[in-house]
Design a protein around this ligand. Structure first.
Ligand SMILES: [Zn+2]
Ligand SMILES: [Zn+2]
Length: 181
């Protein structure tokens, strides 16, 4: 079965936010072969309990008043662009989120939310090239020279610190941020 398309989270299997599972979805009651493992903000406890289709069509948001990324985290940086309410709604209500060490933030660019590529360490950033490395170095603030080299070497996809890499859906620019536990 083909997963629904998520403009702002194009490969949720790759990022691990959705996994193959026999679990029944708490929203539609069906076992559809996949389940969402990312954060859920709702009154009810809905960890590992929603299928990608109920996220995509807004059913899980409607039924449980659930969101998957905190609205306040979308474009949450002085240097990031604010985006229209409709974009905030699509990311928070109908897009799989991802798990960060700290409160998750969603990079924005060209007046739109960017697509989440995934967590990245120094190997993944190197594979994405100099633009990805520069974006994370910029987000790390004043780090430069030896300080940055040490920080960069410590970045791990599963570790701490880690980077969260995004790609602009309009111009293709890479961006993101880093955090640690
Ligand atoms: Zn469902
Ligand atoms: Zn852009």
């Amino acid at each position: 079965m083909k997963l629904p398309e998520f403009k702002y989270h194009p490969d949720p299997l790759g990022t691990g936010s959705i996994i193959e599972s026999d679990a029944e979805c708490e929203c539609c009651g069906q076992a559809r072969g996949f389940i969402y493992t990312g954060p859920v903000y709702a009154e009810e406890e809905l960890n590992d309990a929603l299928c990608p289709w109920c996220i995509s069509d807004g059913a899980a948001h409607e039924k449980f008043d659930a969101t998957f990324t905190d609205e306040d985290g979308i474009g949450d940086d002085e240097s990031w662009e604010s985006v229209p309410d409709e974009v905030v709604a699509q990311v928070s209500q109908r897009t799989p989120g991802f798990s960060g060490w700290q409160q998750e933030r969603w990079w924005t660019h060209c007046g739109d939310a960017a697509a989440f590529i995934g967590r990245a360490g120094h190997e993944e950033l190197s594979a994405h090239g100099p633009e990805a490395i520069a974006a994370i170095q910029e987000s790390a603030g004043l780090l430069d020279g030896k300080e940055w080299n040490e920080f960069f070497a410590a970045l791990g996809k599963e570790g701490s610190p880690t980077a969260y890499l995004f790609r602009c859906v309009k111009c293709g620019a890479l961006g993101g941020y880093q955090d640690c536990d």
